[in-house]
Write a protein that binds this ligand. Structure first.
Ligand SMILES: Nc1ncnc2c1ncn2[C@@H]1O[C@H](COP(=O)(O)OP(=O)(O)OP(=O)(O)O)[C@@H](O)[C@H]1O
Length: 547
C-alpha cells in the first residue's frame, strides 16, 4: 500500500539531511536504546511521552529487520558527536527529518529482507530438487516442502519428541527411505497427499510417524486418527507397527476386530488411533455410534485396493464421517491407477502427488521369471520340481481362489515340506496363526490367496511363486512385492499355461520396466480390452480323470 506523503516529507523535500551529524539520534530511533556515547541527563532530555514511545516501538521493528544496519548505525553513533546530535531533538523539524530518514531505511531494510527471504527460498527449492533427484522422488503440487535429509531433521525442523526418535533407532531405522523423506515432510506441514512407492519401501512408517507427531494422546471417546486397510491381516500388522513406534506414550491404539465392531462401547474407550477394514468401521459408525467427527488424520493404505473392492460408497461414507475440517488425509499404495487417483482427488484438498521411482512398477530388488508350464498338471510338476531342486524358505505360493488354495495344500501336505495355507474360509485366529508360523519359520511354504498379497511384511520371503497367473499387473506387483523388501533381494516365479498366454503382455511389460529380460513376442502380443484375467481352471490334482 502506498503511504500518503507526510507533512515532514513535504517540508523537507529537496533538503539534504546530514545523516552523519544526526547518526546518534537515528540509532536511538532505530533501536529504541540510548546512544552508544553517554547521553547527557539534562532537564531538556525529558522522558519520552506515549507518542515518542509509539514511534520508538515502530522503529524497534526496524531493528528486527536489519541487524546489519543496526551495526552500521551503532558504529556511526559512537563516531559522532552524540551530545551535539542529542540537542537537535529539541527542534521539531529535525526530529521529523530523522523520522523520515529512518522510514526510508526501514523500507530499504524491508526490501533487503524480502530479497534475503527470496534467496533463501530459492536455495531451499534447489536443495529440495537435488534431494528429489538423488532419491528418484517425483512430485506434483505447489509449495511442496523439501524432503528430509535425515531423521535428525525431525528434531531440528519439526521438534519431534525424543521418545519417537528413540523408538526409531531401537527399531533399527537409521535413514529414511525415499517415500519417508518426502511424505513425512508433506504430512507434517499439514498437506494432504497421494503417495505411490514400490512394495516394501517403508510406506507404513511414512504415514505412522507424522501421525504420532501430529496427534496427542487424549481421553475416552475421542478417535483422533483412522487408518483404513483392505484386509484384516494388514490391519493387524499395521496396529502392531503403530504400537511399537508409539511405545513410551500413552496412545490408545486399537484394531477394529469383529467383536469391537459389533459390540464396542466407543464412548467409554480410550482410542486415539483406530485401524480397521472398511466394512467393520462402517458397521461401527452406523450401529455402535462411533463418532469420527474429531479425527485429525485419515490414512487410506493400499488405497487402490480399497476403492477397487467395490467399497467406494463405504469409503465415501467413512470419509464423510471424518468431518473435522482441519483433517489431513493421505493415500498410500504401490500402484495407483489414474481412475482411482481421479476419484480420490474429488475428496482431497490441495493434495501433493508423490511418486517414487516409476509409477506402478515392481521393486527393482526382485529377480522375476516367467515359466511356461503348458497345463494345470504341468504347473504341479513344475512346482514339485522347483521345490526338489532348491527350496529356499520362506516361500509364498499364490493361487486365485480359496478352493484352489485348499486343493494345492492337499497335494503338498504329504510331501516332505512344511506347508501351510491361508484363505478366507479360515477363522481370524487360524489366518493369524498361518502368518505367524511363516514368520517364525515353523512353516516353509505358505499357500495363499489374494488376501495376503497386499501390504503383508514378511521380511525374509526369498521367493514368491505365482502358481496361478495374476489377474492384473497391479495384482502381480503386489504379490511379488512380498519378497525383496526393505532393501533385500528376492525372487519371483510366475507359471503360465496356454490359457494365460494372451494375457502375458501386461505382466511382461512390468518385467521389462524393472530391467528383467523377456522374450520379445510377449511384449508384442496384442493389447487386450479387459485388464482383468481370471480363467476357470482345472482342479489341482495330480490324479486327473485320465489317470
Ligand atoms: N527407514 C527404514 N529403514 C530400514 N527399514 C525400514 C525403514 N522403514 C521401514 N522399514 C522396513 O521395511 C519393511 C517394509 O516396510 P513397509 O511394510 O512399510 O513397506 P510398504 O512400502 O508399505 O510395502 P507394501 O507396498 O508391500 O505395503 C518393513 O519391514 C519395515 O520395518
Amino acid at each position: 500500500m502506498e503511504e500518503k506523503p507526510s507533512l515532514s516529507s513535504a517540508l523537507f523535500a529537496g533538503t539534504r539531511f546530514d545523516r552523519k551529524r544526526f547518526a546518534g539520534d537515528i540509532a536511538r530511533f532505530r533501536t529504541g536504546a540510548q546512544p552508544a556515547a553517554p547521553a547527557p541527563t539534562t532537564p531538556d532530555a525529558a522522558p519520552p511521552g506515549p507518542e515518542k514511545k509509539r514511534k520508538r516501538k515502530s522503529k524497534a521493528n526496524a531493528k528486527k529487520n536489519s541487524k546489519k544496519k543496526k551495526k552500521r548505525a551503532d558504529g556511526a553513533a559512537s563516531a559522532s558527536d552524540a551530545v551535539e546530535g542529542f540537542s537537535v531533538f529539541k527542534g521539531a523539524e529535525a526530529k521529523e527529518a530523522a523520522e523520515e530518514s529512518v522510514e526510508v531505511e526501514v523500507r530499504e531494510d524491508e526490501d533487503s529482507a524480502v530479497v534475503r527471504r527470496r534467496k533463501e527460498a530459492e536455495r531451499e527449492i534447489e536443495r529440495a530438487a537435488i534431494l528429489r533427484k538423488r532419491y528418484d522422488i517425483h512430485i506434483s503440487g505447489h509449495n511442496v516442502p523439501a524432503p528430509l535429509e535425515s531423521f535428525e531433521e525431525l528434531v531440528s525442523r519439526y521438534d519431534c519428541d525424543s521418545y519417537l526418535v528413540g523408538n526409531l533407532s531401537k527399531l533399527g531405522f537409521q535413514e529414511p527411505t525415499p517415500i519417508q523423506r518426502q511424505a513425512i515432510s508433506i504430512l507434517l506441514s499439514g498437506r494432504e497427499c497421494f503417495a505411490c512407492a514400490p512394495t516394501g519401501s517403508g510406506k507404513t512408517l511414512a504415514f505412522l510417524l507424522p501421525m504420532l507427531m501430529k496427534i496427542k494422546p487424549g481421553s475416552k471417546g475421542c478417535v483422533k486418527a483412522v487408518i483404513l486397510c483392505p484386509t484384516r491381516e494388514l490391519a493387524a500388522q499395521t496396529t502392531r507397527e503403530c504400537k511399537k513406534l508409539a511405545k513410551g506414550r500413552k496412545f490408545g491404539v486399537k484394531l477394529m476386530t469383529k467383536d469391537l465392531s459389533q459390540d464396542g462401547n466407543f464412548k467409554d474407550m480410550h482410542c486415539d488411533i483406530l485401524v480397521s477394514t472398511p466394512l467393520r468401521l462402517d458397521h461401527a459408525i452406523r450401529k455402535r455410534d462411533l463418532d469420527l467427527s474429531r479425527v485429525e488424520y485419515l490414512v487410506l493404505d493400499e488405497s487402490d485396493k480399497l476403492f477397487e473392492l467395490g467399497f467406494v460408497e463405504v469409503i465415501d461414507s467413512i470419509v464423510k464421517a471424518c468431518s473435522n475440517p482441519s483433517i489431513i488425509r493421505s493415500l498410500f499404495s504401490a500402484t495407483l491407477p489414474e481412475t482411482i487417483e481421479a476419484l480420490a482427488r474429488t475428496i482431497m484438498h490441495d493434495a501433493v502427488r508423490i511418486i517414487v521411482g516409476r509409477k506402478n512398477s515392481a521393486s527393482s530388488m526382485i529377480k522375476q521369471r516367467l515359466i511356461f508350464a503348458g497345463t494345470e498338471r504341468g504347473k504341479l510338476i513344475a512346482l514339485r520340481q522347483s521345490f526338489a531342486e532348491s527350496l529356499n524358505p520362506p516361500v509364498l505360493v499364490f493361487v486365485q481362489s480359496k478352493e484352489r488354495a485348499k486343493e494345492l495344500y492337499r497335494e503338498l501336505v504329504y510331501d516332505d515340506i512344511r506347508v501351510d495355507v491361508i484363505h478366507g474360509d479360515l477363522t481370524e485366529e487360524q489366518r493369524q496363526d498361518a502368518v505367524d508360523n511363516l514368520r517364525a519359520g515353523k512353516s516353509w511354504v505358505l499357500i495363499a490367496t489374494e488376501v495376503l498379497a497386499r501390504g503383508m511384511d514378511f521380511k525374509g520371503v526369498n521367493c514368491v511363486i505365482n502358481y496361478d497367473f495374476p489377474e492384473s499387473a497391479s495384482a502381480y506387483i503386489h504379490r511379488i512385492g512380498r519378497s525383496g523388501r526393505a532393501g533385500r533381494s528376492g525372487e519371483a516365479i510366475t507359471f503360465f499355461t496356454e490359457e494365460d498366454k494372451p494375457f502375458l503382455r501386461n505382466i511382461a511389460n512390468v518385467l521389462v520396466s524393472s530391467g528383467c529380460e523377456v522374450p520379445s513376442w510377449m511384449v508384442a502380443l496384442p493389447k487386450l480390452k479387459s485388464r482383468k484375467h481370471r480363467v476357470d481352471r482345472d482342479r489341482i490334482s495330480f490324479l486327473t480323470d485320465e489317470d
